[in-house]
Write a protein that binds this ligand. Sequence first.
Ligand code: GDG
Length: 488
Amino acid sequence: MESKRLVVVSNRLPATLKKEDGEWTVKAGAGGLVTAMAPVLKNRGGVWIGWSGSSDPTIDVDALLSDFSDEAGYDLHTVPLTKEEVDGYYLGFSNEIIWPLFHDLQTRCKFDPQYWRTYLDVNFKFAEMVARKTTPDDYVWIQDYHLMHQAFFLKSMGVKRKTGFFLHIPFPPPDIFMKLPWRWKLIQALTEFDLVGFQTLQDRENFAECLRRLMPEAQFEGDGGVVTVDMGNHQFRLGAFPISIDFNQFSEIAKRPEVAEKAFSIKEALRHRKIILGVDRLDYTKGIPERIRSIQTMLRRYPDLKGRVNFVQIAVPSREEVDDYKELRTEIEQLVGRVNGEFSFPGWVPVHYHYKSFPHDELVAYYSAADIALITPLRDGMNLVAKEYCACNVTEDGVLVLSEFAGAAAQLQGEAYLVNPYDMEGIAKALHRAIHWEKDQRSAHMSKLRDQIRKNNIYWWVDSFLQAGISKSLGDFPEVAAMKYERG
Ligand code: GDG
């Protein structure tokens, strides 16, 4: 049994600890990665290693997580981190250096050498936990930019593991990556994984270009979906694996009577005006201010739309302790106020702004109610919201307006309406057109979008990564019931 385990390692566990009315509670986490992996491990069992989200030394994290673990159907192991470690490794190196740099926003980077040192220390700590909780037969699948040194440290400890790494965010082109003071050490560390996966072929190409410049000894073999790189003393592989969603789950929830009713009541509250919807974590990469300005441009250019459309923006609180995010929140609130101040009249307010996380069902109801999804990140690894919107559009009459700089655009470009998120007039025009599209036209595009996402769903994503990593498919891992039986 042990030899067949899938071990996921990520910065955060799929559960978060929260103090409510003086009591610690465990809640299922939100965000792209958790949305993507939870159904997979739930169906198949396995292990998840990560940080709990709390640095309070007085709480017994393992005890709190054990109930959650039983219910989730897989084991959770927490890597304890101090506040200083979180500040340097997570808020610092990961979110003030790698996150902006890899999203092409180099001027936002704070290249503090102390961040780098803490990043290495914490990566070492994670690698020690991985070494302790896994066996040589497990497949260790490391997630995202917080943990790029896992294979490097495991090897330096002499611990042999089969490792795969998936980068959820974009990989930048060389002229941007080369700004990183620790560029050589970082790219070298990535070459120590057995498989490195990216969201798109473009990301893979960017990485290959950086590798060619920094480590000229690297020899590339093959030109298919997965290529082999010979480093002289070892080989590793590179591939593009566009992440996806549990299509059927979203689609089924959207069909539930109570969710359809909720969607109808959202439409009714807005008097059946056309609903344009934006859903994002509140993050400067998501292009929210630019999007609100596009709505402003649309209402100025096309006065016939006044009173006939509503823009609903859901912004989920994120990284609230970071100054850049606090400033962004204020900027968005001011912009919403300005646009509403300019156009509102009795009975109509154009922009409805929600700064909160909605329960899953309610989010699905918003997706179902929306006539247009306006998803315009300045840069995005994939963007699951784009796919979730299509999955929930069971009536197949919605329109997806999508940034050409979202990874999802590479897959959905034939049927989504692609826009440049910086081009306010272009977005205004796209919206005006989409609003006037006939139902036939909307359905033709939406049904193809849905077919594509239904087929290339989250299980397909996991399968393609595992096939490339260890020539196994998801079905080769034991079902939860079988694991329990063998354990007993
Ligand atoms: C990173 C990469 C990549 C949003 N609002 C609510 C809510 N959400 C959920 C959505 C969606 C997730 O959050 C956001 O996923 P995204 O993919 O759009 O973006 P990131 O969080 O930046 O994720 C991204 C992803 O990793 C996966 O690889 O696609 O490019 O940046 O699933 O449903 N969930 C709930 N209430 C809300 O109000 N419950």
